[in-house]
Design a protein around this ligand. Structure first.
Ligand code: ZN
Length: 138
């Protein structure tokens, strides 16, 4: 897509620090990282939102994310864990509308805040109702 920053990085028009370049998806460092090594796994072709993502390509993205985490752990990066997440839509914090899985390496007392919202445990019936509404479309 012409005005997409990630497409421009993938095409070489803008610089990127690549961890991996594959045929269908690639991994590169986030320019504004949550933690050292914060990596993005992206489809090589422009895909804006989850609604547009081929599930098989999504599987390839997650497989690549898995390999990236394993490589990070072997690399000597100062980490004891990682958060993987994907923001689908601006209301969910998606800042670049080219889907990407975030991989944020973590270590004790790193100051990165990534937790459940406050509010405690949800009633099972409420959980089941939400689960069913999604399951009906699987
Ligand atoms: Zn793009």
């Amino acid at each position: 897509m012409a005005d997409c920053i990630l497409c421009k990085v993938l095409s070489g028009e803008f610089d990127g620090s690549f961890v991996y370049r594959g045929e269908t998806c690639s991994a590169l460092l986030d320019i504004s990282p949550m933690s050292t090594g914060h990596t993005l796994v992206v489809p090589n072709q422009h895909v804006g939102r989850m609604a547009d993502l081929d599930p098989d390509l999504g599987a390839e993205m997650f497989a690549l994310a898995t390999r990236v985490v394993q490589a990070m752990q072997k690399s000597g990066l100062d980490m004891t864990g990682a958060n993987l997440f994907l923001n689908d839509g601006s209301d969910a914090g998606q800042e670049i509308e080219h889907l990407h899985i975030h991989i944020a390496p973590r270590k004790p007392n790193d100051g990165v805040r990534f937790t459940h919202r406050d509010g405690g445990v949800v009633e099972r019936a409420d959980l089941d109702a939400v689960a069913k509404s999604i399951a009906d479309h699987m």
